[in-house]
Design a protein around this ligand. Structure first.
Ligand SMILES: [Cu+2]
Length: 158
């Protein structure tokens, strides 16, 4: 009986210590593909960054904040349907489930760039610094591209 108990304990310990090994920092497990920032005319104050996050790990992760020297304020946003109108809404975090991908795209989730400090012309780049829920960080250099569809910078926060 005593031996069995010892065996069970070591099994529990093994399980306990295995968990940190499986769960790496989010910055190592999240791959960023196809980052881009919407090109806007110089008169526009706001723009947005889009990208695809792929979680190669076995635990769920989330982007909890973003920053960029290109903008005064950077927020995590999504779009919600309000009657017939799509409106932007700030979100606390953007989740990326284990083994899954989360796509930031026009009309959906995006990294909002508010109060642009530099013109965002096609061909330039914007660095976006992401912070994950576990405190790890990742910097993404996104090319500025012409993006069709919805215009950011109008109707914000209403
Ligand atoms: Cu937005």
């Amino acid at each position: 009986m005593k031996k069995l108990h010892a065996y069970a304990s070591s099994l529990l310990l093994a399980t306990f210590f295995a968990i940190p090994v499986l769960a790496g920092p989010a910055a190592d497990e999240i791959l960023v593909a196809n980052p881009y920032v919407r090109a806007v005319p110089a008169v526009m104050e706001n723009s947005a960054a889009f990208m695809t996050f792929k979680n190669t790990g076995t635990t769920d992760h989330a982007v909890v904040s973003a920053a960029s020297r290109a903008a005064e304020v950077v927020e995590l946003h999504t779009h919600v349907k309000d009657g017939e109108v799509m409106r932007m809404r700030q979100v606390e975090k953007i989740g990326i489930q284990a083994g899954e991908a989360t796509v930031l795209e026009p009309g959906g989730l995006h990294v909002m760039l508010l109060g642009l400090k530099q013109p965002l012309s096609v061909g330039s780049t914007v660095q976006v610094d992401l912070t994950f829920g576990d405190g790890s960080t990742k910097s993404v250099v996104a090319p500025v591209k012409a993006v069709g569809g919805m215009h950011h910078g109008t109707g914000h926060g209403k």
